[in-house]
Design a protein around this ligand. Structure first.
Ligand code: CTP
Length: 399
């Protein structure tokens, strides 16, 4: 595929070198179009050497090739990383005063912006209005990450890990120039992922084998389709996905509080997390010690709140779609139907577990049951394919 990588003048330009490398290593042809100020951070020879293509910033170079039109015509994706506040402003207003902003007006392929700037600049109403304008026109603007910024300060505005931005772009490329590319634009969704941990003492917990992969795939696919995503993540070892608001939790109770708070204004809530049904009745503030010759006390457990059932029963917003997951070892469909009714959700993704399926793998096979009686088979394939299909079903149900 032909990718145009626009780079504007922010310190995160150095991270775009890593992003470029990932594109070229996966076989994409990349044309880098930096702004003049981007070259203050990373020079043209670096971009030319890493991409294997010529680099120019102005429309006046190689005029006979009409580069401001030609570059855009051949592009399958234009990604601007990092996108500064100034670049977002020029893009929102259609200003075309260099090669990159000209290209923005000539491309007809999906456009992804990965903004990076100080929190104050990101939160400024001018920037927020420009972002809203670009999103309204169908561009995908990746929410910046929260974390360390240039200098000692921290906050929202950090460039996400290049791997996350690459994954985001890969999903956009995989969907191609579909009319419904940003079909979740303007939607707010909540996804839970990973396995909760219920502490017994300061060093021990009751946990489970959930890898978080299905929930992370759901979150990143929704972001690539334009949704504002809150990902409530319990234990997982996966890297942070780009473009989602990540809320980390430990226990089922913490997940309950975080999901309920985020669900208040959400169009859809997808509970992909493996939530512990029980927690130890008592927490030992000091490490539990073994005593030779003394048998341990049996472990007393108490029930955790059922988040999925609670969200389904107290719909805070009419038309909100609630989705649950069920891992079943026997009679998957019969048990799944009963669970769907018991929980009161709209859709239930039923996985048959065992034989290397579902937990910890990148592939999955499932049936999605609808409260309206529908049954959708998800053939064996990547968890991102299941995610795409599930969001298709959710999108048609959001009221
Ligand atoms: N879930 C939840 N809160 C809990 C437990 C589970 O929201 N305290 C959600 C999970 O995220 C998942 C679904 O409910 O979407 C799974 O249902 P659950 O009843 O936990 O399944 P099992 O534990 O497998 O049920 P059972 O023991 O009845 O087979």
């Amino acid at each position: 595929m032909n990718v145009v990588l626009g780079v504007s003048g922010g310190i995160a330009a150095y991270k775009a070198c890593e992003l470029l490398r990932r594109f070229t290593e996966s076989g994409h042809s990349v044309r880098v179009v930096p702004t003049a100020s981007a070259l203050n951070f990373v020079g043209a020879p670096t971009w030319a050497a890493l991409s294997g293509n010529p680099v120019s910033t102005e429309v006046w170079d190689s005029v006979h090739e009409v580069p401001h039109v030609r570059i855009g015509q051949h592009a399958d994706l234009l990604v601007i990383a990092p996108a500064t506040a100034d670049l977002l402003a020029r893009a929102a207003h259609g200003i075309a005063d260099d090669l990159l902003t000209n290209t923005l007006l000539t491309v007809r392929c999906p456009v992804v912006f990965a903004p990076a700037m100080h929190t104050e600049m990101w939160e400024h109403p001018a920037t927020q209005e420009n972002v809203a304008t670009l999103r309204r026109r169908g561009a995908l603007v990746i929410e910046p990450a929260v974390g360390r910024l240039t200098g000692a300060d921290t906050g929202k505005g950090r460039f996400p890990e290049p791997e996350g931005v690459f994954e985001f772009c890969r999903r956009v490329l995989a969907r191609g120039a579909d009319a419904g590319l940003a079909d979740l634009a303007g939607r707010r969704v909540v996804v839970s992922a990973g396995g909760t941990r219920e502490p017994l003492d300061p060093v021990r917990f009751l946990g489970n084998l959930s890898s978080g992969r299905q929930g992370y795939a759901l979150a990143s696919v929704a972001a690539a389709r334009g949704a504002r995503v809150t990902l409530v993540a319990a234990h997982t070892e996966l890297p942070d996905p780009a473009g989602v608001d990540l809320v980390r939790v430990g226990t089922a109770q913490e997940m309950h509080d975080a999901v309920l708070a985020a669900a208040a204004d959400a169009d859809a809530v997808v509970m992909a997390a493996a939530v512990a049904d029980f927690r130890p009745a008592d927490y030992a503030a000091s490490k539990i010690k073994k005593v030779d010759g003394v048998e341990p006390e049996p472990l007393a457990l108490v029930r955790n709140p059922d988040i999925l059932a609670r969200i389904s029963q107290q719909r805070v917003r009419t038309g909100q779609v609630v989705v649950g997951f069920a891992a079943e070892t026997d009679d998957a469909l019969v048990n799944g139907r009963a669970k769907l009714a018991r929980k009161g959700c709209d859709l239930l993704v039923v996985n048959e577990v065992g034989a290397g399926r579902a937990f910890g793998t990148s592939d999955n096979e499932a049936v999605i049951l609808g409260a309206d009686g529908t049954e959708t088979l998800v053939p064996f394939g990547p968890k991102t394919a299941l995610a795409d299909l599930l969001w298709d079903l959710v999108a048609t149900r959001i009221g």
